[in-house]
Structures are given as C-alpha cells and as structure tokens.
Design a protein around this ligand. Structure first.
Ligand SMILES: *[C@@H]1O[C@H](CO)[C@@H](O)[C@H](O)[C@H]1NC(C)=O
Ligand SMILES: *[C@@H]1O[C@H](CO)[C@@H](O)[C@H](O)[C@H]1NC(C)=O
Ligand SMILES: *[C@@H]1O[C@H](CO)[C@@H](O)[C@H](O)[C@H]1NC(C)=O
Ligand SMILES: *[C@@H]1O[C@H](CO)[C@@H](O)[C@H](O)[C@H]1NC(C)=O
Ligand SMILES: *[C@@H]1O[C@H](CO)[C@@H](O)[C@H](O)[C@H]1NC(C)=O
Length: 255
C-alpha cells in the first residue's frame, strides 16, 4: 500500500474502533443538554507563527505542529464547578509537555494553558462518554493528534518551513489528498507592506463518533462557532487562496 493509502486506512480503522465505544445513550443525553454540539475541532498550531504573534515569552518554539485544543463547535465554560486538576492527567504528562505545550509562556507554569482549555472547551466536550473526564479528554485529544500526524503528513508531501512562499491551494490539496477531508486552515494576514500571509493553524473536524469529516459547513447546518485567536493586534483568519503563503522556520528574520 502507498503510505497515503495506508495512513487513510489506519485512520478509518481507528475511527471505526472509536465509534464502537460510544453508546446511543450518550447522544440522547447530550442532545437534550443545553450546550449540545455536533462537531469537534482538533486545532493544531504552528508554534513559530504563534510566537510571531506575540514573542514576549517565546523561546525556541518547537519545529512541529502542536495541539492548540479540542473544541466542540458550540458552547464554552459548560461546567464552572468542574475544576481542572493536573493530578488527573499525570500519566499523560510527558506527551502533554511535548505535544501540547504552552508555546506563548514557555518559561511559566504550563498547566495554565491546559486549565484554560479544560474550563472553556473540555467541560463542554465532556457530554460525550469518551470524553467525560479530564484524563479521557486530554488523552483522546493526544490520541487523535498522533493518528492525524500532521507534521509527518506535511513532510511526506514535501511541505516544510522555508523562506520562499507556498501557494495555498498546494497545501490544501496535499492535506485533502492525504486525509480525504478538508481541514480549516488559518493564517496571519499580511502585515502592512507585506505581500504574504503566514500559515498558523490547521483544524481537523470530527463527528461525535470521532470520525474525520470535512470542516466545511453542511447544508442546513448553522455556522460553526468562530474560534478566534487574538494576540495583540494580530488575529488568525481563514487563509486566502490567492495570497502567497509563508511557512516560517524562525520567528524573526523574514524580510
Ligand atoms: C459539573 O461538574 C461537577 C463536578 O464534576 C459534577 O458533579 C456535576 O454533575 C456537573 N454538572 C453538570 C451539569 O454536568
Ligand atoms: C485531584 O485529583 C486527584 C486524583 O484523582 C485527587 O486525589 C485529588 O483529590 C484531586 N484534587 C482536588 C483538589 O480535587
Ligand atoms: C503549577 O502550579 C500548580 C498550582 O498552581 C502546581 O500544582 C503545579 O505543581 C505547578 N507545576 C509546575 C510544573 O510548576
Ligand atoms: C469531503 O469533501 C470532498 C469534496 O470537497 C468530498 O469528495 C469528500 O467525499 C468529502 N468527505 C467526507 C468524509 O465528507
Ligand atoms: C484575497 O486576497 C486578494 C488579494 O489581496 C483580495 O483581492 C481578495 O479580496 C482576498 N479574498 C478574500 C476572500 O479575502
């Protein structure tokens, strides 16, 4: 099998296996929940771009895509009494540090970022039985991230950080070919006097059965919640297909 096919096959198998863990019971419950949601976004961000947005406390950002979060398409802060407790995810700590680092505050106590993600998104995702504890929520996000293997996929498609620009459709087509679904790709718009946008975030969409789906909204579906990452004056937005795209390897030095 070609690597791409094999990969897709593994993903398919993985999704099917996950699917069987959810009972229809869960759906009935969550559908009557005030914060019912339909889709999960697994957001990856490119640490160099995140640092570019706010370089105050950023040191040697990783040169691989890291996790930003696992977000239901609806709801925030769904249970304010369910407090983040880092002890509950102590078994996941080495993967958390490696794959889900707080890129912006690399020198501070990094549990703050995880607490933020749990409070805002995890407590909403927890209506699903496979995500209904902190260990399950963070553990499943890590598992999905590792199976997606975005960094590996881009390298196989020979898309890597470089000083010359990419065409956005080239990146998009490589991802769609590899995964069979279209992710949501976000960029920093060109700064004053610049011609290129900078790729910053790639989100994959999953059903409640944790199967990959296109991130494009389906007919009759309300617009998914817009999750904006705003730091300082810069904000990520959907990449423009016609603009040259920069995939930076260093925070500074692109002029
Ligand atoms: C909120 O979380 C607490 C602590 O885990 C739990 O006891 C309670 O049932 C949750 N409330 C809702 C509405 O899910
Ligand atoms: C945090 O989780 C640990 C392990 O589950 C538990 O023993 C501890 O009591 C919890 N701490 C708080 C403040 O809830
Ligand atoms: C981070 O702070 C929490 C309490 O705020 C503490 O329990 C934890 O041990 C600290 N972690 C690190 C790595 O300093
Ligand atoms: C995603 O969209 C593409 C076309 O844009 C389509 O060919 C494909 O079947 C869709 N995949 C899923 C899983 O819906
Ligand atoms: C994309 O960029 C081009 C060139 O700057 C601009 O004309 C166009 O309006 C942009 N498209 C969107 C959807 O923003």
């Amino acid at each position: 099998m070609e690597p791409a096919k094999l990969h897709y096959w593994i993903l398919g198998w993985f999704s099917m296996a996950l699917c069987c863990w959810c009972t229809s019971d869960t759906f009935t419950q969550s559908d009557s929940h005030p914060h019912s949601w339909k889709k999960l976004y697994l957001a990856h961000h490119w640490p160099v771009t995140v640092c570019k947005m706010n370089a105050n406390d950023c040191h040697d950002p990783p040169q691989y895509w890291t996790i930003h979060g696992l977000w239901p398409d609806k709801g925030e802060d769904c249970n304010r009494t369910w407090h983040f407790n880092v002890t509950e995810i102590k078994d996941l700590m080495s993967d958390m540090r490696h794959y889900w680092p707080d890129v912006l505050h690399s020198s501070l106590n990094r549990t703050q970022f995880w607490k933020h993600e749990w409070d805002k998104h995890g407590t909403c995702a927890a209506t699903l039985e496979v995500l209904n504890s902190q260990k399950k929520y963070f553990g499943k996000a890590l598992e999905l991230y590792q199976h997606i293997d975005l960094s590996g996929c881009l390298l196989k498609a020979r898309i890597k950080p470089r000083s010359s620009y990419y065409k956005m459709p080239v990146i998009k087509e490589a991802l769609t070919r590899f995964y069979g679904v279209t992710p949501k790709i976000q960029c920093l718009p060109p700064e004053e006097g610049e011609e290129a946008q900078t790729i910053g975030q790639i989100e994959f969409c999953f059903t409640k059965e944790l199967q990959l789906i296109n991130c494009t909204a389906l007919k009759g579906e309300s617009n998914p919640m817009q999750v904006h990452l705003k730091l300082g004056t810069q904000e990520l937005s959907i990449c423009n297909d016609t603009l040259p795209t920069y995939y930076p390897s260093e925070v500074q030095g692109h002029k």
